[in-house]
Ligand binder design. Structure first.
Ligand SMILES: [Zn+2]
Length: 292
């Protein structure tokens, strides 16, 4: 429109809209033997961190596992030329926060937060057996200093006036998980409540916990999001809301096939046949995390 009325555009208070970019770290090998001799060699799904940004400030969701991943993530964040205000951690599994100390060294003004329940569940990851296990699975790749986020008591925080809502979901692929919802841009950063064309960690679920997980997937779908970022996604996959239904379908298929499978091999083979194009066909995701 022509500016014939003599009014000048004034800068808005805060940003009029938020942007979002997703960093995907590729899948990576783990050192050790698979708990069951099925599928690919021991390894880890590709994973995501998400940057939500306004005109000046930014929020990061999840902080990667290894030093190399966290350093690459920090370099990528710096390219956005925003002030990193907050790092939000979605859940208590160490793959999403062992990189946190690297990020806080690079962005010392950032405040790292998670729900009090998530912070509590994380304490396991700071015990010597779990730390030792992580350092053995990823030798020379885990930060020397591991830190936890601060417990955050409220269920919302803001970025340049936009509300970010924490959705607590209880046990999904792990205990006390959450997703982060940004209504103004229809964004859900789902943590590991949603997987995007990646084998899912059902090895720590029960029929009851899968019911809870599915109920919360229905809850996320009911928000009618336009962008859904999964904690783990096939590299290059779009951040489409359809990942919510795909995740639900995988859980329902697993539930059904588990009841009739004649052996672990049969269960694994049937799920592989149903999801031939999903990445990281590792048996530990189905049968339990490789132990000490
Ligand atoms: Zn994860």
């Amino acid at each position: 429109m022509g500016g014939t009325n003599g009014l000048k555009e004034t800068a808005p208070v805060g940003s009029s809209t938020l942007g979002v970019n997703v960093f995907t770290a590729p899948g990576k090998p783990m050192v050790g033997e698979r708990p069951k001799p099925l599928g690919e060699a021991l390894g880890f799904d590709p994973m995501t961190s998400t940057l939500i940004f306004g005109d000046a400030d930014a929020v990061l969701v999840d902080a990667m596992t290894t030093v190399a991943e966290a350093e690459a993530l920090a370099d990528w964040i710096a390219l956005h030329n925003r002030n990193l205000e907050t790092i939000y951690i979605t859940h208590a599994h160490f793959d999403h926060f062992y990189g946190l100390s690297i990020l806080l060294d690079r962005f010392p003004g950032a405040r790292a937060i998670a729900t009090p329940k998530t912070v509590n569940a994380m304490q396991m990851s700071f015990t010597p057996p779990v730390e030792r296990l992580a350092r053995r699975l990823f030798p020379g790749q885990v930060a020397t200093r591991l830190v936890a986020p601060e417990p955050y008591e409220h269920d919302t925080f803001t970025l340049e006036g936009h509300e970010l809502r924490i959705i607590e979901q209880g046990r999904t692929d792990g205990p006390d998980s959450t997703s982060l919802y940004v209504p103004s841009i229809g964004l859900i950063v789902a943590g590991d409540v949603v997987y995007n064309q990646c084998r899912m960690y059902v090895g720590d679920t029960t029929p009851e916990s899968r019911k809870n997980w599915i109920a919360h997937l229905d809850g996320l779908a009911a928000l009618n999001p336009t962008i859904v970022v999964a904690g783990h996604k096939k590299t290059g996959a779009p951040d489409s809301p359809s990942a919510i239904q795909d995740t639900k379908r995988y859980l329902e298929d697993f539930d059904r096939v588990q009841k009739t499978a004649t052996s672990d091999q049969d269960l694994f083979d049937q799920m592989t046949a149903l999801y031939p194009d999903w990445v990281a066909n590792q048996s530990w995701l189905m049968f339990g995390f490789p132990g000490v």
